[in-house]
Design a binder for this molecule. Structure first.
Ligand code: GDP
Ligand code: MG
Length: 169
């Protein structure tokens, strides 16, 4: 592998978080990389990107550099396209985010559609089966998460890293 700052890895993946403001991108990233959640997070919280190193089943070390800033699509091999399950509007905008990806990102970018805030059960506006059907139609992987109660957060990031690994290895 490549050695840099005494850190050894076999692959470096650039991944971007996209989706409407307020859907929980920063909190998902914080939860995944720091195990943390911020109830009053604003655009200022967090950093431009966070990194996490994971080991694949065949023992390759993958360093994921995950960007939480819009406009970082170039060079990305993966995207988490996040909407809020309590906001039909944010789900409607997924189509626009896909267009943006098509325009600026690699053709073979791996996209995971993420429906976040599943903990807000009483406020759900987007059915899981509708989002799953949409993902199917557009050849996206799909998962629902909650950055607040942690459900599926690690799984979401692990899944996209593994999907990217399948493509590049
Ligand atoms: P971003 O603009 O997409 O980065 O969204 P943020 O991560 O800043 O989150 C926006 C707001 O939604 C904040 O008040 C968060 O506390 C809240 N939030 C984020 N994820 C969740 C979640 O899974 N469940 C709930 N209930 N609130 C969340
Ligand atoms: Mg944010």
């Amino acid at each position: 592998g490549i050695t840099r700052d005494e850190e050894i890895y076999d692959y470096l993946f650039k991944v971007v978080m996209i989706g409407d403001s307020g859907v929980g991108k920063s909190n998902l990233l914080m939860r995944y990389t720091k195990g943390d959640f911020n109830i009053e997070s604003k655009t200022t919280i967090g950093v431009e990107f966070a990194t996490k190193t994971v080991t694949t089943q065949d023992k390759k070390v993958v360093k994921a550099q995950i960007w939480d800033t819009a406009g970082q699509e170039r060079g990305a091999v993966g995207a988490l396209l996040v909407y809020d399950v309590t906001s039909a509007q944010s789900f409607k905008h997924v189509a626009d985010w896909l267009k943006e990806l098509k325009q600026y990102a690699d053709n073979n970018i791996v996209i995971l559609l993420v429906g976040n805030k599943t903990d807000l059960r009483d406020r759900r506006e987007v059915k899981k089966e509708d989002a799953a059907a949409y993902a199917d139609q557009h050849q996206l992987a799909f998962i629902e998460t909650s950055a607040l109660d942690c459900s599926n957060v690690d799984l979401a990031f692990d899944r996209i890293i593994n999907e990217i690994y399948k493509v590049v290895s």
